[in-house]
Design a protein around this ligand. Structure first.
Ligand code: SF4
Length: 316
């Protein structure tokens, strides 16, 4: 399926032989599953900044908050080279409108979490971030980022990809005229989706939108964006989804027969107790939305936030 959604990705995950040893770290989930829905923008900091393939292996050394990038045997310091290349590369990436980035774990350049930083005694502490990954998250704090290893965790995977699609919807909203009315439309469609992450943020965003006419559009949209991605940083949990499902059920109060209502309640309970994936009650809700022609719910992103083929809601 052709797609306009762009994801940055560490080049070696695509199977390109760009690693220090001339190898790759092909990740089939990335290329075969996500590749059907996203356009990749590959980035290999070490080879692109001119260190060659193959090259001497390197590691982070010093203070985790500001480590140096040093080769293992010859002790050459590539920190400044990597920083100045990152600056230029990030400026180019700004024009790509990325909706997310998947980083290669453990790399002193690309690793996002718990990368080893060696202290002056040569002992590693897993509390660093690769130099390029650190520069990326600092320049683009709201672009969703994740490591390929963590995509094996169904909850983290769902959360990351949800945020990627949310970023695309938000970018689409920014393309339209930035009026209070258009923001109200966006906020209305995203209501249940945001509530599944944070009711508190949803309420705060509602107050912001209600006061929108008193603000300059740029300020309003900026403040909304900050709240939106703060909300989505909070994981959707079983209990939050259960609340949203009960909320949806409330819209059908007058239409569902007692049998239908009982059936929905049983599915929600089964989901809540971990015996059923979220996709099951959501599918039934979608069925009722069509059957009883619920126009408000039909527009809710929550009921169809990403392609069903990704199977993100199929885990228990
Ligand atoms: S981890 Fe990063 S720097 Fe290393 S080969 Fe992969 S893309 Fe290049």
């Amino acid at each position: 399926m052709a797609s306009e959604i762009k994801l940055g990705v560490s080049t070696c995950l695509l199977g390109e032989k760009v690693r220090f040893d001339g190898g790759h770290k092909h990740n089939r989930y990335v290329t075969q599953t996500l590749g059907q829905f996203f356009d990749f923008v590959p980035v290999c900091p070490e080879s692109e900044c001119g260190l060659g393939i193959p090259r001497e292996a390197m590691r982070l050394v010093g203070d985790a908050s500001s480590p140096r990038l040093i080769t293992n045997k010859t002790h050459i310091d590539h920190t400044d080279r990597m920083r100045s290349w990152s600056d230029q590369r990030l400026s180019a990436l700004q024009k790509e409108d990325l909706c997310g980035f998947i980083f290669k774990k453990d790399s002193p350049s690309s690793g996002l979490h718990r990368v080893k930083v060696y202290n002056d005694k040569g002992q590693p502490v897993k509390n660093g971030r690769g130099l390029f990954a650190a520069a990326f998250t600092e320049r683009f704090p709201r672009i969703p980022v994740e490591e390929e290893g963590r995509l094996n965790d169904s909850v983290l995977r769902e959360n990351f990809i949800e945020r990627v699609f949310a970023m695309q919807r938000w970018r689409d909203a920014l393309q339209r005229k930035q009026t209070v009315g258009n923001l109200v439309d966006f906020h209305t469609r995203e209501k249940l989706f945001i509530m599944a992450h944070s009711q508190k943020h949803y309420r705060e965003m509602g107050r912001l939108v209600a006061a929108g006419k008193a603000l300059k559009p740029l300020d309003l949209y900026n403040r909304y964006e900050v709240l939106l991605f703060k909300a989505l940083d909070l994981k959707g949990t079983v209990s939050k989804n259960t609340n949203v499902l009960m909320h949806i059920l409330g819209y059908f109060k007058k239409q569902l027969s007692s049998d239908e209502k009982q059936e929905v309640l049983e599915l929600i309970q089964n989901y809540r107790s971990g015996h059923m994936p979220l996709i099951v009650p959501v599918t039934l809700m979608n069925h009722f939305v069509r059957k009883y022609r619920q126009p408000y719910l039909a527009t809710q992103t929550y009921l169809n936030p990403h392609p069903i083929e990704l199977q993100l809601r199929n885990h228990v």
